[in-house]
Design a protein around this ligand. Sequence first.
Ligand code: GLA
Length: 418
Amino acid sequence: MRFSRALAVAAFALCPLATIAQTAPAPKVPQKPVQRSAPQQVARPAVAQTPPMGWNSWNFFAGRVTDQDIRNAADQIVATGMKDAGYIYVNIDDTWEGDRDADGALHSNSKFPDMKALADYVHSKGLKLGIYSSPGPKTCAGFAASLDHEVQDAQLYASWGVDYLKYDLCSFRQTVMSVQAPNDKAAQMRLMVAAYDKMNKALKATGRPIVYSLCQYGWDAVWEWGPSVGANLWRTTGDIQPNWQSIYSILNEQAGLAKYAGPGHWNDPDMLEVGNGKLTPAENRTHFSMWAMLAAPLLAGNDLPNMTPEVRAILTNRDVIAIDQDRLGHQATRAYSEGELDVWTRPLSGGAMAIAVINAGSDRYSTHPFHLSLAKLGLHGPLQGKDLWTGKDITLTDNMPIELASHDILLVRIASPK
Ligand code: GLA
């Protein structure tokens, strides 16, 4: 049974920091055993109380990422105002790993000459560092992973100052699940859950607050058991691609998952592709808006040193970020669809609400607009709101015509829905 996070927070608040950081030295003289009323737990401050925000190297750099790219990303997160907008984690994805030495200690490869120095650099910017591994012998890109070295690796990450771990199933399937439990799906799943719990416990034992991100592509209804293995987020889908088909199909797979998200534990529809590939401005806006509606982690994945002002404006839209980071942590639900138009709503703190209307089809102009039914949302107009992309006030009335270009979105925050 997992140590209650609420209890951990309470314990942390009650104890002075020094008490928590210290471990009592082993007594040299035999003493009467001390009676303990509860097992000793290392209290850690709660992490990911709102969806984690930051940047990850994979979507743009994939296997090419280097130490310098990570430093550049950290510099740009500060210089572009992304840090001020809430982007904090700078996450190294796969391909940083080198070999293990005779003691089993993992070393980074030549692309990352000094991980501790890199972590110090990222921290000196007021940012946090994320890293990547797998429960199998190899990562998805074929680099050394954590099987049978979980405790050692967790301690290593903590010694470097790592603040976030993405743990990606990869080779654990072929080398452990399929070998130890061939033709027994239930047993395979138990092996997988145990592997995720093993790293959870190893991370907890370090005493360092480390965000724990599960990546096993949404298999076996991970949202049902993710929290029980200490996950702060779990991927709900396969890998995202920088094109509308990928983004829109992932979005649709999120319908119905709202009840599994909340402070400390989030559904992860994968990292952002805003600014990547050939996504149009409308597609970038819709992608970003809907990840915010989904209370998804906002992990940018673009080329920060060469970001256009337009992409920067999307990624730093404070009103949209505020939807994502709303402290209630209620994920949006799809209220209704009509052909290629979808309407999603998200309850916000203070009784407010966000409404998103997406046009997944071709342009809808005044000759054939979409008519928004407030009644289908349990509301009636007129409703005063703010259009979060124009920044202007908007009044929603029942059956009002809405003109939307192809793949574009109307995102409105209503302060007092009725
Ligand atoms: C998997 C994950 C991706 C990325 C790569 C790295 O495909 O789903 O997000 O981490 O592995 O190899």
